[in-house]
Design a protein around this ligand. Sequence first.
Ligand SMILES: Nc1nc2c(ncn2[C@@H]2O[C@H](COP(=O)(O)OP(=O)(O)OP(=O)(O)O)[C@@H](O)[C@H]2O)c(=O)[nH]1
Ligand SMILES: [Mg+2]
Length: 299
Amino acid sequence: MAEPIRAGYVALVGRPNTGKSTLLNYLVGQKLSITSRKPQTTRHQILGIRSETGWQAVYVDTPGMHKDGERAINRVMNRAARAVLSDVDAIVMVVDRTAWTDEDERVLEQVTAAGVPVILAANKVDLLADKRVLLPHLEALSQRADFAAIVPLSALREHNLDQLDAAVLELLPAREFFFPEDQVTDRTERFLAAEIVREKITRQLGDELPYATAVEIEEFAEDAVVLHISALILVERRGQKRIVIGEGGSRLRAIGTEARKDMERLFDQKVMLRLWVKVRAGWSDDERALKSLGYDERG
Ligand SMILES: Nc1nc2c(ncn2[C@@H]2O[C@H](COP(=O)(O)OP(=O)(O)OP(=O)(O)O)[C@@H](O)[C@H]2O)c(=O)[nH]1
Ligand SMILES: [Mg+2]
């Protein structure tokens, strides 16, 4: 008898910076979700859809859950991560190697409260100097909750990802596909373009401009030869605008060059990218302004 078709939603959750988005990108084989070494890179929930013969896993990348709920943007981001938990068929909780922090503990509380099977992924094992610490640590982790599986892996080096696949597949219910086989995300190309610009800002300027920028796409139009994209970079203060533009416009050019290359790869097309920088004071502390920029629970 033929195996039944399986499909399900799988949330990737964890505290900031554990590698959730890196993992999503490798799972779907495309760079959909932006990543950086700065915590709180992901602000929006994004789906990465993986379709194989007989099964479809709809991965949900979420903003890292963290303790500091003071600013509006942080509250909105925590809410987004929590809201998804009860609606999925499985959860992959991502932790960083052998560390176990208060934030991990809080994530675990939320995750177990959701009543959904949880796979624990111990990511970044490539960075472990002494691999012998891993086994006793994984054993200790298994005491913390009733995990469906515990998988040590490296999203960056693509180690042990098949073991994660196998654990996820076990938890997918027998069900028809949710999305057409060729669809890889729920997000528009405009959204992906804005995120690429934000990634380059975060990577190039993260230390100077933590979380103070947002990106809006003002034009996204295709002619016979090239895709024209104009993006507006919003910052909170004039000094930040100067930093984003840089000496004689050099920083903005570097951001633009990197972003354009990624866009050309993702959209498989030549891209003409224009960037603008504008000050919009207090945008990240005002929940209403965030909503108008698309930062609500749904993203
Ligand atoms: N060495 C190593 N680095 C990794 C691995 N996975 C992710 N990273 C790095 O860890 C950093 C954070 O990765 P992200 O994927 O942005 O982490 P995240 O959990 O999505 O972070 P937030 O969206 O901020 O919650 C980046 O610099 C990644 O390159 C891994 O397996 N090994
Ligand atoms: Mg992320």
